[in-house]
Design a protein around this ligand. Structure first.
Ligand code: TA6
Length: 285
């Protein structure tokens, strides 16, 4: 689990070792190689850059307090500042059921006030048990309503994009961000080209099925969201994969982003009120 900018590096290797102890990790570090770890559920670019100010390509980036371009100033970083900020680790513990709980927090400072004039507390709660749950809890500590767009920008690892489909959004209208047009999803989503859509669904429940060949065992992920007003589905496909320096040229083959979002329309958090966006991932096979 790589959460953008969170000071949990000391913890992640421990968690990773727990997660990966039964999986041989094949190191890859060139733009052309791919990797496929059967027990991994999240995709992380083998050439992701881990440096201040750079969003990590993969895992679960936190897009907050705006999704996409800043509503008033497009020169500001895409997807807000949370994913490149240093969070404070408020609490890490394992409960009696061996579930791991991680609580990370970000509060306003002079740099955020410049681009986001609202005193706030953003708490990211992660629970790792039979499922992986991630929630973004925003408290508006200002005396005025806060317009917020956000996303839990999860990158999922696929055996092969050609043998994968996302079920649960059939019949849903969506905004195609590539053409800025509205359309409606009919069959389950399969990916044969670049896709960048925001589906208009609240409390979406989906199944990400990979390896749909009858001959081989399917990997099935349940993705359940609450307080979402949109689900973003993104795959950069060939041209965009090549255009990103931190993304393998053939990376599109083994990843898809399915994001719990409040976008493109902002939600409004009243003064001194809070809002929580949630995504839970469960392996079903
Ligand atoms: O996931 C949807 C999206 O907004 C795409 O348009 C694409 O830009 C993606 O996020 C990744 O954005 P990033 O700023 O991380 O390169």
């Amino acid at each position: 689990i790589f959460l953008q900018g969170a000071h949990v590096t000391s913890f992640v290797p421990k968690l990773s070792s727990t997660l990966k102890s039964d999986v041989e990790h094949k190191p890859v570090n060139t733009k052309s190689e791919t990797y496929n770890l059967d027990n991994e559920l999240l995709w992380l670019s083998p050439i992701a850059e881990f440096r201040p100010g750079k969003a990590i390509r993969g895992g679960i980036p936190i897009c907050w307090p705006w999704f996409g371009k800043h509503p008033k100033n497009s020169s500001l970083p895409q997807h807000g500042f949370a994913r490149t900020s240093d969070f404070t680790v408020v609490n890490i513990h394992q409960d009696d059921n061996l579930a791991v709980h991680i609580q990370l927090q970000l509060t306003n400072d002079p740099s955020t006030q410049e681009v986001w004039p609202y005193p706030f507390t953003l708490t990211v709660n992660i629970v790792l048990a039979e499922s992986l749950s991630v929630s973004l809890h925003t408290v508006n500590n200002s005396k005025k309503p806060m317009p917020l767009t956000q996303a839990i920008h999860s990158y999922f690892l696929l055996d092969n994009i050609d043998d994968s489909k996302l079920q649960g959004l059939e019949g849903c209208s969506f905004l195609d961000q590539l053409s800025d047009t509205l359309d409606t999803q009919m069959p389950p989503i399969t990916i044969t080209q670049e896709i960048d859509r925001i589906y208009h669904k609240q409390n979406a429940s989906m199944q990400l099925v990979t390896n749909t060949h009858p001959a081989t065992k399917n990997k099935i992920l349940s993705i359940h969201q609450t307080n979402d007003t949109g689900t973003v589905v993104w795959n950069p496909w060939i041209k965009k994969s090549k255009a990103m320096s931190d993304f393998p040229d053939n990376g599109y083959h083994t990843m898809i982003c399915v994001e719990a979002a409040n976008a493109p329309e902002p939600i409004k958090i009243e003064a001194d009120q809070s809002y929580q966006l949630n995504q839970t991932i469960t392996r079903m096979d």
